[in-house]
Design a protein around this ligand. Structure first.
Ligand SMILES: Cc1cc2nc3c(=O)[nH]c(=O)nc-3n(C[C@H](O)[C@H](O)[C@H](O)COP(=O)(O)OP(=O)(O)OC[C@H]3O[C@@H](n4cnc5c(N)ncnc54)[C@H](O)[C@@H]3O)c2cc1C
Length: 564
């Protein structure tokens, strides 16, 4: 290659790099973007099971139809053997109703807006990189970045393996767990969890489940053993990813080889033996370990971290690609806004705040998930240690509140939730894991008084459509409340009356007039109120002159229920 000069140089053509590059070119066809990838695609990669936020981003990027055309299994949720009982239970993404099989390829509409994909990364990553190339990014394969030349916090150039020098206005580290630029810039990482796991996986062909179920509504299967858990993810009609995760210490103490431990785990899971009957293995167990971390900063003078280079939680939540695509999308908006003269320091601060928050929430949830699993009979000491380090107490209500330490307000969606899980679903999940349902924050009260005084009014960023706009929000004790969206409406309602029925009928009238009311709005508003109470924005009270609200949360719902 001859020396290169470009507007944005991206290291890595995985989902983080191609999402960032694709969005940059989509929203500014004049910008030059060069992506440097050490491998030649297609290449295999772990991380196949998505959450529904990913297709939304793919749709905005304009690549959803191409991914759909690959005929990857549609993911409608997960099937778990996890928590307080032996029963298998399902968690479904569709908030209402059940998934109906429909002809494919489909469109990103109706029920498909709530589903995700389980993808063969060798195909998926190539489709994304090819699409970024079509949008105008130059993707250089077999181009490993060897060195980052920098002066203090400013990068001067990259040097590739063949000696080529690359100069850019901005540099993006999307090199995944390698984090080549992050390491070169001496960015420290925080490891807020004692999860120190190892994963072993291989690919299987013609596994029974993949063949009989096809590519319609599939679920990731997450099956606990005494000493770890197994994932089963059909990624094409013929190919299935089967992995095993356990604490790295357990693996060391077992004295088994990687291969023997993998086979032992699979043979001890009866459901899996049935699912893999007649299937053949590709034959090399892949392995990786120690993945939980958050970068202590995600930008410098002229560089940024995106995707897994900036942080990762744990495979248990299937959240890596969500975090990766989200950060790639936001970073593209940030860079474009910076080139228009936007407030660089503020935008970088917001980019870090949001991305670090997301990873931290996922790590917190993973800690809870591991420590609330009674099936880990051989790992009691290990899970007790995670629980102790995390400060976890195992009653559902306390665990629920602990999960919300970072806040139950989902800024991205402007709804109440936690790591993309709506607050009502979260109640049911904590019930499933701990054996007792947690309690709604509005139950037993009838007046809801706003407590927004003494909060600082701040501007938070909304990234999208290639722009970064500021929206008003309140901040107190590390919690943030956007003043728009449904939260803004709750404030309007409670300013009208602290009595919930009066506030809701006022909102019904106001929101209907502007076309903001549909059949699910009242449920969503109640969820927002629940989140606002938990985050301290609203104080629930009891008036003796009116009946109190009974809001009993189910142990099962259409979204979380026993597997039939
Ligand atoms: C065991 C395990 C299971 C997981 N399961 C899931 C799951 O079920 N669902 C999910 O959503 N996520 C999962 N993940 C996370 C998921 O794999 C990652 O979040 C995702 O791959 C991150 O994408 P990325 O683009 O940031 O990095 P990557 O996909 O790793 O891409 C980085 C690219 O950079 C290239 N590169 C690296 N160094 C250089 C260099 N010096 N020069 C040039 N190129 C370079 C690499 O070749 C690679 O192609 C899992 C992770 C692990 C560890």
């Amino acid at each position: 290659m001859t020396d290169c000069s470009t507007d944005v140089a991206i290291i890595g053509a995985g989902p983080g790099g191609s999402t960032c590059g694709g969005f940059l070119r989509k929203y500014d066809p004049g910008i030059s973007v060069d992506i440097f990838e050490q491998e030649v695609f297609p290449r295999d990669h772990v991380g196949e099971s998505q959450l529904p936020v990913v297709p939304r981003i793919l749709n905005e990027l304009g690549v959803w139809d191409r991914i759909e055309a690959c005929n990857f299994p549609i993911k409608i949720g997960g099937t778990y053997r996890w928590g307080s009982s032996d029963d298998l239970w399902n968690f479904d993404f569709l908030p209402y109703g059940r998934f109906e099989d429909e002809p494919r390829p489909g469109k990103f509409e109706g029920q498909r807006q709530h589903t995700a994909f389980q993808v063969d990364r060798s195909i998926y990553d190539k489709v994304l990189a090819d699409y970024a190339e079509e949008l105008g990014c130059k993707v250089h394969y077999k181009s490993r970045v060897r060195e980052i030349v920098h002066k203090d916090d400013a990068i001067e150039r990259l040097i590739l393996d063949d000696g080529t020098s690359v100069k850019a206005q901005y540099y993006v580290d999307a090199s995944g767990h390698v984090g080549i630029l992050r390491r070169a810039m001496g960015v420290e990482v925080e490891e807020p969890s004692s999860l120190k796991n190892i994963a072993l996986w291989d690919y299987w062909h013609d596994a029974e489940w993949a063949v009989s179920l096809g590519v319609g509504g599939t679920r990731i299967q997450v099956l606990s053993l005494g000493y770890g858990w197994i994932w089963f993810i059909p990624i094409t009609p013929e190919r299935t990813s089967i992995g095993f995760v356990c604490p790295a210490d357990y693996y060391k103490a077992s004295g088994l080889t990687i291969e023997d431990l993998y086979l032992k785990a699979l043979s001890e899971e009866p459901r899996l033996s049935k699912l893999t009957a007649g299937a053949t293995r590709e034959g090399t167990v892949k392995t990786t370990k120690d993945w939980s971390f958050i970068a202590s900063r995600m930008s410098g003078k002229n560089w940024f971290l995106a995707g897994e280079a900036s942080g990762f939680a744990d495979p248990i939540l299937s959240a890596g690609l969500s975090l990766t695509h989200a950060s790639g999308r936001e970073l593209a908006s940030l860079i474009l806004e910076a080139r228009r003269g936007g407030d660089f320091g503020w935008m970088c601060g917001e980019y870090f705040r949001r991305n670090a928050h997301r990873v931290r929430q996922h790590i917190r949830f993973a800690d809870y998930w591991y420590s609330a699993n009674s099936h880990f009979s051989d790992l009691k000491a290990h899970t007790a240690e995670i629980a102790r380090d995390a400060g976890l107490n195992m009653t559902a209500d306390e665990a629920f509140q602990w999960l919300g330490t970072g806040g139950f307000v989902e800024e991205d969606m402007e709804v109440a939730g936690y790591s993309l899980i709506r607050i009502d679903q979260l109640h049911v999940i904590t019930g499933k894991l701990s054996g007792t349902p947690s309690t709604s924050a509005i139950h037993g009260f009838n007046l809801f008084v706003l407590k927004t005084k003494n909060a600082e009014e701040v501007k938070i960023a909304r990234f999208g459509n290639g722009r970064v706009v500021s929206i008003r929000a309140l901040k107190r004790d590390g919690k943030v409340l956007p003043l728009n969206g449904l939260f803004g409406w709750v404030i309007v309602g409670l300013e009208h009356s602290p009595q919930l029925d009066l506030a809701m009928s006022y909102l019904f009238e106001k929101m209907s007039k502007v076309g903001h009311w549909d059949t699910h709005t009242s449920t969503r508003l109640i969820e927002c109120l629940d989140a606002m109470i938990r985050d301290g924005w609203v104080k629930p009270k009891v008036s003796q002159s009116i009946p109190v609200i009974r809001h009993i949360l189910p142990t099962e719902s259409s979204v979380v229920r026993n597997n039939e």
